[in-house]
Design a protein around this ligand. Structure first.
Ligand code: FAQ
Length: 335
């Protein structure tokens, strides 16, 4: 009995050794590809932690696009002209499309759409903090285009070079569309700034309410960002949260000057030595409150999303019933 047991142990030991040698070889191929700035594709070996990080980031990104339809969707029926309504409908539809490409990219990593949506609907998954604030006036819609889409593009352009192929490719198209979103917002605000004093005040009020929330959108400071170092090592993130935030501030200040609005930060000033704008303190407590479900609109956003999903159940049932009918028909014809 002891001998048998001994024999089995040796076999197990050998197979463990073989499989760990195989794993090390696969890992070396993965590392070499990452170091050479190559792309990892769905069928390639990848360490589990890399897969998990991507599912987390891509699904959070997809959820943000889908929940991000809600604050602007509220204004489709109240757009001030046919032209603005057509633009806004197109933009909101684009965001829905972005969510769908991103869910598909996440599915290539082996997580089903149902699992992803369930995590959103049960409050387990995160989505961007920025979509938990209310859109109080029409100027908010312009400011979302200018600043929220502007911040999103700043963060997303580097993702076109992400090491995971399907995510990087989805981002190319998304960035093209986001760029139109940013410009339409800025153009709507330019029009309002050429209007009445009441319109100019409305724009300034919206800028005051959204500015700090947009700076927080880039995520916690690098020193408090648990995922940054590994994300950058793997080529998922290319530029850090703080560096992207700085790029956004530097790009946005001149745009605000052209628009004729002030940015609500007394500490905002050009720093000749750094070659960048200095800016004030972001309220990180407020950010984490919002991320953790206690922002002004978290409950409402999630409830609206769950209701929309439940209302769409009959469409999913009908599509499945139709597919089943087609399958039965094909089988009958083949028989
Ligand atoms: N909100 O260690 P890090 C858009 C979380 S799309 C909520 O720095 P990471 C288009 C983070 O998930 C906007 N949570 O994490 C549009 C993590 O939590 P976890 C969305 C946030 O992943 C426009 C924890 O904090 N864009 O706007 C936020 O390395 C207009 C620690 O943070 C993307 O998702 C936040 N703002 O960096 C649609 C882009 N920031 O998972 C409609 C892709 C951080 O440990 C209308 N994502 N957290 O529980 C990324 O680039 C990254 O995931 C970051 C965070 C930069 C968001």
């Amino acid at each position: 009995m002891y001998t048998q047991s001994f024999t089995t142990d040796t076999t197990t030991l050998k197979s463990v050794e073989r499989s760990s040698a195989e794993d090390a070889a696969k890992m070396a191929v993965f590392d070499t590809k990452i170091d050479a700035d190559g792309r990892i594709e769905p069928q390639d070996f990848m360490p589990e932690a890399y897969r998990k990080t991507l599912v987390r980031q891509i699904s959070q990104h997809a959820h943000s696009e889908i929940v991000g339809m809600l604050p602007e969707g509220n204004w489709i029926l109240r757009a001030p002209s046919l032209k603005r309504k057509a633009i806004l409908i197109a933009k909101v539809q684009d965001e829905g499309g972005h969510g769908l490409y991103l869910y598909s990219a996440a599915e290539t990593l082996g997580t089903s759409r149902d699992e992803l949506l369930d995590a959103l609907h049960t409050g387990k998954a995160k989505y961007s903090s920025i979509f938990n604030y209310p859109t109080l006036t029409w100027a908010d819609i312009g400011v979302i285009g200018w600043l929220v889409d502007g911040a999103a593009i700043m963060n997303q352009i580097p993702l076109c070079r992400c090491s995971y192929g399907p995510y990087a490719r989805a981002m190319v198209r998304i960035c093209k569309e986001e760029s139109f979103h940013q410009r339409q917002g800025y153009e709507a605000l330019l029009t309002m700034m050429k209007g009445s004093q009441a319109q100019r005040d409305m724009v300034q009020d919206a800028v005051n309410r959204w500015w700090w929330k947009c700076l927080a959108m880039f995520g916690p400071p690098d020193s408090d960002s648990p995922h940054s170092v590994q994300g950058m090592r793997w080529g998922i993130k290319r530029i850090s949260n703080d560096d992207l935030r700085q790029k956004f501030v530097d790009a946005t200040v001149p745009q605000a000057e052209v628009l004729g609005v002030s940015l609500p930060d007394p500490d905002l000033k050009w720093n000749e030595t750094r070659g960048h704008y200095d800016y004030g303190q972001i309220d990180w407590d407020e950010f984490w409150q919002t991320v953790n479900g206690h922002g002004p609109c978290n409950r409402e956003r999630l409830a609206t999303r769950v209701r929309a999903h439940n209302n769409g159940q009959w469409v999913r049932d009908a599509a499945l019933a139709y597919a089943e009918k087609q399958r039965q028909r094909a089988m009958k014809e083949a028989a």
